[in-house]
Design a protein around this ligand. Structure first.
Ligand SMILES: Cc1cc2nc3c(=O)[nH]c(=O)nc-3n(C[C@H](O)[C@H](O)[C@H](O)COP(=O)(O)OP(=O)(O)OC[C@H]3O[C@@H](n4cnc5c(N)ncnc54)[C@H](O)[C@@H]3O)c2cc1C
Ligand code: SF4
Length: 336
């Protein structure tokens, strides 16, 4: 049985205090919210810290502000998935939260933790003994990428379900650091780097997420994974759509699990603007969206198949968002 290492647990009363502790302790400490990702990784010695800074002071409310919705970072994924405001105006976010892992983990895992969750790789999410036998890798304890040995960088995969949806919903996070509070669009919260994957300061605490949607915007999240529960995404599509009359006025498409950061499919968004929400347009847009997705052989199932399935999940998410926008309920076109 894998055991947690010994660690000191600090219990700050507010975010500023937590940020101060993190700034002082540096790489020796990490924040812990629900612990659903952190604790298994501590057991596998993927993180080696001697102190955890508890974030149980984080608020746990969801406030509806009409075209905006404020989700406190301490809200559990289970609460977000069942929240009536989110279900009504920001359904794709509730959907993404409800598709994370399994019910017990959604009861503990938080909205803030899901945005900050570590990138994943088959060569890294293993026990210490397994990684030692394999020779370790760049992301932890080694000096070579085992997936792409000639690459100078790590290609671990961004695997948060809610992050792409938060980007598609023009989300903005509130960050509290030692110097005070600031806002940052979720689209700028990530780096295309499997190791240094977050653009915020390590000592900054995510305290909330503000989602925004113009009236009439609909959203949908479609996730592909091996089993119907527990598994991380191996491809996912977050879509928002707003129609004006019979035409698409705005559409955002953000992919999960195909890069080290949530990948916005800007070319597909531009292609759909002004088009009728119809099956042929969605099929072509999904082809365009899938082009920049370059899954590597470091997640579940074959990466060739995953690449082909990106098109399918995008097409499904576009059709779902369109149906919710009042577009005709087009049946899946069967292009697989
Ligand atoms: C078996 C299994 C299956 C899983 N499946 C999925 C899945 O399908 N989809 C998915 O998205 N995730 C999945 N997860 C990962 C995890 O359960 C979720 O991402 C969860 O939302 C993490 O939230 P948490 O509050 O538990 O974060 P924690 O585990 O407490 O923390 C995760 C990371 O975020 C940091 N952190 C947490 N909160 C904050 C904050 N407010 N400010 C700054 N940093 C913070 C921590 O320091 C840590 O680095 C799975 C995990 C397991 C073990
Ligand atoms: S992508 Fe390469 S460096 Fe990154 S975790 Fe996987 S094997 Fe390690």
């Amino acid at each position: 049985m894998l055991r947690l290492p010994r660690f000191k647990y600090l219990r700050p009363k507010h975010a500023r205090e937590a940020a101060g502790m993190a700034a002082e302790l540096g790489a020796r400490a990490m924040f812990v919210a629900g612990g659903t990702d952190l604790f298994p990784k501590l057991k596998r010695r993927q993180f080696e810290v001697d102190t955890l800074i508890g974030l149980d002071f984080l608020s746990r409310s969801i406030h509806n502000g009409g075209a905006e919705c404020f989700v406190d970072a301490g809200v559990t994924l289970a609460s977000a998935a069942a929240d009536p405001h989110l279900m009504r105006g920001f359904r794709g976010y509730a959907e993404a939260a409800g598709l994370v892992s399994s019910p017990p983990l959604r009861n503990a895992g938080t909205a803030g933790g899901n945005l900050c969750v570590d990138t994943r790789c088959n060569y890294y999410d293993m026990t210490y003994e397994w990684r030692k036998a394999a020779g370790f890798c760049l992301k932890k304890d080694g000096d070579i990428c085992l997936v792409a040995p000639s690459s100078p960088r790590c290609w671990a995969v961004s695997s948060s379900d809610t992050a792409p949806m938060a980007i598609a919903l023009d989300g903005v996070v509130t960050l509290v650091g030692t110097d005070g509070e600031r806002e940052l669009p979720v689209a700028r919260l990530y780096r295309d780097d499997g190791i240094d994957y977050m653009a915020k300061q390590p000592s900054e605490v995510v305290t909330g997420l503000r989602l925004r949607a113009e009236p009439g915007t609909t959203s949908a999240y479609v996730k592909l994974r091996r089993r119907g529960s527990i598994d991380f995404p191996i491809a996912g599509a977050a879509v928002t759509m707003r129609l004006e009359g019979e035409l698409i006025a705005r559409c955002r498409v953000v992919l999960s699990a195909v890069a080290s950061h949530p990948l916005e499919a800007s070319a597909a968004e531009a292609f759909l603007k002004g088009k009728r929400p119809e099956a042929d347009a969605f099929h072509e847009a999904a082809e365009i969206a899938a082009r920049p997705a370059k899954p590597l052989d470091n997640a579940d199932l074959s990466h060739f198949w995953r690449k082909r399935m990106v098109r399918v999940v995008v097409e499904q998410a576009l059709q779902l968002a369109s149906t919710r926008a009042g577009g005709s309920a087009v049946k899946l076109s069967g292009h697989t």
